[in-house]
Design a protein around this ligand. Structure first.
Ligand code: SF4
Length: 412
């Protein structure tokens, strides 16, 4: 007995130490770029110009490249290009083959394996595109794609068919047609700018789009989806924030998957966006050996709150072709969610969803907390596994007298 207790205590201590380690804010540092001036390093255009985009650069900077990564990088330009900002590259641990940052951005040969159920357009966006660059999948909102470029490319990207233009998708958004579509559809009250990454546009170009959309009376709400605050926090300039704040209500969803991505640089950039009054949410993708771990996910969501970002969605990895090596199971996702609910602040808990394959939209997935519904009660469990009853008739009406004796719960 005492042995069991001491083992449990040691495990708890270990998990706490891991949680605290992941929650520390650190700078990405300069790494190989210590000779670069502060002005250049902090200039987002310099970062873009100096991205790692070839096998030669990668080998020079990371002699520990594995044969799988070497072969994957050779083939990247025919599928999804390789690009990593110097800033983000510094977060990679070259000594760790399973580094959670490395596997998100360095191609692997496994990307060429396509399982029979994998697709190039797993969310069925192309089938719901009335004009180039616009997806109208849900009744009252549209996805407005502005570019096929990103600061760095995520190897599991659900839009890898079009981003980076390596696969010859022929992506040509037509802004005037997209704006006209929104103008002519009064049911559209919410426009999400995405891509590729909208924050790669210049301030002027982005302002043009936002001002055109804001001028449409039935557009109540604008959103931007961007991974730039994580890949390229230098882009979050005071000038950008001053421009964005003219177009409220404007929300911004960032995309981070691992607590190491939340550096001091990222925290400062997110602070500038929050100070501009922009509500911030985060979308994560559940990825194998990246964040399919309760303690890592807990550190991520708690750290996001410290950066003034509300965790919004945790996505089951879409069935994008060549992503099975990065996909964690739904069972694992439910285990992670189980480890969050009740164990940390409610604001820190994202909604776990599966984007239904083929275009069915987002379906919320939750651990089962309702154990049964009987004639006079709903039987529930809490995060500790304790069972409770809520009196209610089977037809949903409130009971006027106490339920009879407790019945054995029937599992639903
Ligand atoms: S930043 Fe977004 S759009 Fe770009 S590669 Fe990553 S997941 Fe895809």
């Amino acid at each position: 007995m005492s042995n069991d207790n001491s083992v449990g205590t040691d495990r708890d201590k270990g998990e706490n130490a891991k949680l605290n380690f992941h929650k520390q804010f650190r700078s990405a540092g300069r790494g190989f770029w210590s000779h670069v001036s502060d002005a250049d390093w902090n200039d987002w255009r310099w970062q873009l110009k100096n991205r790692i985009t070839s096998l030669e650069q990668l080998q020079r900077l990371m002699p520990t490249l594995t044969p799988e990564e070497h072969a994957g990088t050779l083939l990247a330009n025919s599928k999804l290009a390789l690009a990593i900002t110097p800033y983000f590259f510094n977060l990679i641990d070259p000594a760790d083959e399973k580094c959670p940052i490395r596997s998100q951005v360095i191609p692997r040969i496994e990307e060429t394996n396509t399982a029979p159920w994998e697709m190039s357009d797993p969310c069925g966006e192309d089938a719901h595109s009335p004009v180039p660059g616009l997806v109208h999948r849900y009744p009252d909102r549209v996805l407005f794609l502005v570019t096929d470029r990103c600061a760095s490319y995520c190897r599991y990207c659900t839009r890898s068919r079009l981003v980076s233009n390596a696969a010859g998708y022929d992506f040509h958004p037509e802004f005037e047609k997209q704006i006209a579509y929104v103008r002519n559809h009064p049911e559209v009250r919410d426009v999400l700018l995405s891509g590729g990454d909208p924050l790669l546009l210049s301030d002027d170009k982005l302002e043009y789009l936002l001002s055109q959309l804001r001028a449409i009376p039935h557009v109540e709400f604008l959103r931007i989806g961007s991974r730039i605050p994580i890949f390229l926090p230098q882009r979050i300039t005071p000038a950008l924030c001053a421009m964005l704040k003219k177009y409220h209500p404007l929300f911004l969803s960032i995309h981070s998957n691992h607590p190491r991505e939340l550096t001091t640089e990222v925290r400062e950039g997110l602070g500038r966006l929050a100070d501009a009054g922009i509500p911030l949410g985060n979308q994560s993708v559940l990825l194998r050996n990246v964040n399919d771990d309760v303690t890592v996910m807990r550190a991520l969501v708690q750290k996001l709150l410290m950066c003034r970002v509300r965790p919004y969605y945790l996505y089951q990895c879409d069935l994008i072709a060549g992503s099975s090596h990065l996909r964690a199971s739904v069972r694992k996702g439910l285990e992670v969610m189980e480890g969050l609910r009740g164990h940390t602040t409610g604001y820190a808990i994202p909604q776990y969803v599966i984007d239904a394959p083929g275009g069915g939209g987002k379906v919320p997935i939750n651990p089962e907390y309702v154990l049964s519904r009987n004639a006079d009660r709903v039987v529930i469990r809490n995060f500790e596994g304790k069972i409770f009853e809520y009196p209610e008739a089977a037809d949903g009406t409130l009971l006027v007298k106490a339920p009879k004796e407790i019945e054995e719960p029937e599992l639903v």
